[in-house]
Ligand binder design. Structure first.
Ligand SMILES: CCC/C=C/C(=O)SCCNC(=O)CCNC(=O)[C@H](O)C(C)(C)COP(=O)([O-])OP(=O)([O-])OC[C@H]1O[C@@H](n2cnc3c(N)ncnc32)[C@H](O)[C@@H]1OP(=O)([O-])[O-]
Ligand SMILES: Cc1cc2nc3c(=O)[nH]c(=O)nc-3n(C[C@H](O)[C@H](O)[C@H](O)COP(=O)(O)OP(=O)(O)OC[C@H]3O[C@@H](n4cnc5c(N)ncnc54)[C@H](O)[C@@H]3O)c2cc1C
Length: 674
């Protein structure tokens, strides 16, 4: 029987009353004003009511197969409604879809994202004209098949081949080895009937590197695999149960010449098999850059949900006394608890702001690329790769910190946090494994360092590298945002210069550059992280400068907390060259604690401002009304194990085992009750 509660837990209500700012105003800032906020709420309510009508069981109680089915059902519903409502903007589509299947990946995910985006980006106008109507009407359901069993990171090592046959004007696709089997693409196993396959293009006996090809893998009507195609689901994973990540083996599968994606037409294979190089070999990597840019905001939003759950729960969970005899306190009143959850709130805001910023940069560079100007592509690649790594690492660690902050109940699926965690943490791996991504960023930073040595001007993104290395931080207890930013930029500058110098020395000593690179790669990766963190602090400080009134005051403290938390975590980096002195370090540590106390009364309002509906959080602990115990008990009553009092497993295994144990025990036969 469901336990009903309508009133708000007074412990949570009082938190909202005590806030020093109006959470609604911050919500307006996050969602571009009152009108957009209204629209967001309208769309999310519509989605939630629509899903309720589907009468689905709670996600956490479903088996893998049921989660896959529920994913398709909800995915289909979301797509139908998005079309019906005519939602064109990515933000509207994201908000609607998030409310339908929050952190529940579906078989359609890759169709809607990487598959469609790759066609838009890499297909010629004629190809788009042919495919997009089929894609949009779901006659074609696709995915992005790049990774193989043997290689995900090293794309030049991919083994799938597309060999051009000038006689028939076809490509012949093959997976020549076990390690060349495509492995991991989302929706490939059971849902997709087509995919963009990344394969080595071989023409006139020459390998021209990775290109993309449209390959039909299943019959449009029967959905059976086509001849030469072996395809299936890869099996259960750490999470992502709703999505059929798949394998694909191709054996002499022929596709017409026109199925090579030919947007950058000069990259196409002429009928006689001559290959004409595109303006940049890296244009074929464009979809990955787009998703890496999008991951930053998604990581922040995932962390924001976990932080909402942990903060609200910490404000209603009472445990132990601070003052002996004075009664139990909210766990949020413990300084240690504040130190666990408040930096996560700060990081969530920081990543969401940065995510918007990098997406805007992505759009700007993409429109330049469309006009043939590729100058800013290296900056975009370096920035998106580094931010993707730092944001997904921070969100993953932060979500886990939030789960631990919820004590035992955090371990229950009812908390909602495990579902968020398993959805966010693979972003450390997919779209470029994080360490590999930081090393890509480092490659760019070192290039800039070398340009600087040649006396060249650097692009604005990286201009802070030009400032002098000497100097000391002026940080004091005012925690000026510009001083905090200066500290992050100084640290990044020092780290890039230091490792750049090491590479330079190695070169002068005649060491091979690739060996020097590998033996300095821990430092190179750390320098890239420092660069990305400085960028995030910059975006956060710039964003706060555009705020007003009480919201600005609170967000300034939150920004200070974000920066201070980073400085304290990486204190060695900041002190190494004496930029921050021991006295300043002591001061900053105590300022961090002061900030925690200062922000404590606003903790609930800060997470309320994210404006997540209960259905999106899907959490007994993070619910708006704070009635967590009723919700937890209700969740338990609905456990499948509770559908019967005595389970078949009792008769099949437990009872026979018990009997086998007690048969030699004389006392055991005495009674059936104690
Ligand atoms: C819902 C989840 C769905 C998930 C889906 C997936 O996971 S899908 C699967 C996701 N899979 C992955 O994410 C796979 C990850 N792996 C990769 O992306 C690549 O193999 C690599 C980048 C690691 C190396 O690539 P490489 O061996 O070709 O490169 P290199 O190191 O020899 O550098 C050569 C030059 O290229 C430049 N450059 C490189 N990338 C880009 C770019 N995107 N843009 C622009 N430029 C780029 C680089 O800066 C360098 O420039 P420089 O200095 O010469 O001027
Ligand atoms: C949930 C999920 C969904 C996915 N969806 C898709 C999809 O839709 N389509 C698709 O094509 N793929 C997909 N992938 C695959 C994903 O893109 C790859 O797993 C990812 O790119 C990492 O490659 P890898 O698995 O080969 O890791 P590896 O490269 O084997 O990484 C193993 C270790 O080696 C290290 N390493 C590797 N190379 C270097 C280097 N050069 N320098 C230093 N260290 C290195 C890494 O840091 C890591 O510690 C998905 C993966 C997951 C988990």
């Amino acid at each position: 029987m469901a336990v009903q509660q309508t009133t708000v837990n007074p412990d949570l209500a009082v938190e909202r009353q005590n806030a020093t700012f109006n959470a609604e105003e911050l919500t307006y800032f996050l969602y571009n004003g009152p009108e957009w906020t209204k629209r967001k709420r309208y769309l999310q309510n519509l989605a939630i009511q629509g899903v309720a009508k589907l009468k689905l069981k709670q996600y956490a109680t479903l088996s893998r197969e049921e989660q896959y089915e529920s994913g398709l059902q909800k995915g289909a519903y979301a797509i139908t409604m998005v079309k019906k409502l005519g939602l064109k903007s990515p933000a509207e589509r994201m908000l609607f879809t998030e409310a339908v299947n929050p952190h529940e990946a579906t078989g359609f995910n890759l169709h809607n994202s990487m598959f469609t985006d790759t066609i838009n980006r890499l297909a010629s106008d004629e190809q788009k004209e042919k495919w997009l109507p089929l894609v949009q009407s779901f006659r074609m359901v696709g995915t992005y098949a790049q990774t193989e069993l043997g290689h995900g990171t090293f794309l030049r090592g991919l083994e799938t081949t597309a060999t051009y046959d000038p006689q028939t004007k076809e490509f012949i696709l093959n997976s020549p080895t076990i390690s060349s089997i495509k492995y991991w693409p989302g929706g490939l196993g059971k849902t997709a009937n087509c995919c963009v396959v990344m394969a080595q293009l071989i023409s006139n006996g020459q390998n021209h590197g990775m290109q993309s090809f449209m390959v039909q893998i299943r019959d449009y009507d029967t959905h059976e695999p086509l001849p030469g195609v072996t395809v299936g689901d890869i099996g259960n994973k750490f999470g992502y149960a709703g999505i059929d990540n798949g394998f694909l083996r191709l054996n002499n599968v022929r596709i017409p010449r026109e199925n090579m994606l030919m947007r950058y037409a000069k990259a196409s294979v002429l009928e006689n098999g001559t290959f004409v190089h595109p303006k940049s070999d890296r244009l074929v990597y464009g979809t990955m850059t787009m998703v890496r840019s999008a991951i930053v905001h998604d990581a922040g939003r995932g962390l924001a949900k976990a932080a909402t759950i942990a903060v609200r729960y910490s404000a209603v969970r009472k445990q132990s006394e601070i003052q002996p005899g004075a009664g139990e306190v909210k766990v949020l009143d413990f300084q240690t608890q504040q130190q666990k959850v408040l930096p996560q709130v700060a990081a969530a805001y920081a990543l969401m702001f940065t995510g918007r910023n990098v997406l805007a940069f992505y759009m700007q560079v993409t429109s330049q690329i469309e006009k043939g100007a590729l100058e800013e592509l290296p900056q975009l690649h370096a920035l998106s790769a580094g931010l993707k790594a730092v944001s997904s690492w921070d969100a993953t660690n932060g979500i886990e910190a939030c789960r631990l902050a919820c004590g035992g109940h955090g371990y229950s699926q009812a908390s909602g946090i495990p579902k968020i965690y398993v959805d966010v943490c693979p972003s450390c791996t997919y779209e470029g494994e994080n360490t590999v991504m930081t090393l890509q960023t480092a490659r760019y930073l070192i290039k800039c360092y070398n340009q600087l040595r040649q006396g060249e001007q650097l692009p604005s993104l990286i201009r802070f590298l030009q400032s002098p290395l000497e100097g000391r931080s002026s940080l004091d207890n005012q925690l000026e945002l510009q001083e905090l930013l200066a500290a992050f930029e100084h640290r990044a500058r020092r780290m890039v210069h230091e490792v750049g110098q090491k590479l330079q020395t190695a070169a002068e000593e005649g060491k091979k550059s690739h060996e020097a690179w590998n033996s300095n790669s821990v430092e190179l990766s750390a320098a890239a992280v420092a660069f990305a963190q400085a960028y995030i602090v910059k975006v956060f400080t710039d964003t706060v400068s555009r705020m007003e009134g009480k919201v600005k005051a609170v967000m300034t403290s939150l920004c200070q907390l974000y920066a201070l938390d980073g400085i304290i975590r990486y204190l060695g980096d900041f002190m190494k060259d004496g930029y921050i002195s021991s006295e300043q370090a002591v001061l900053l540590q105590s300022q961090l604690l002061t900030l925690l106390a200062e922000l404590r009364p606003n903790a609930v309002a800060l997470v309320d401002a994210f404006d997540f509906p209960d259905a999106v959080l899907d959490s007994a602990l993070g619910r708006w009304d704070g009635n967590v115990y009723e919700a937890l008990y209700d969740y338990s009553l609905r456990s499948k194990l509770n559908e019967k009092q005595v389970l078949d497993a009792y008769h099949k295994y437990q009872r026979p085992f018990m009997e086998s144990q007690w048969k030699n025990c004389p006392q055991a036969a005495v009674t059936s009750r104690l």
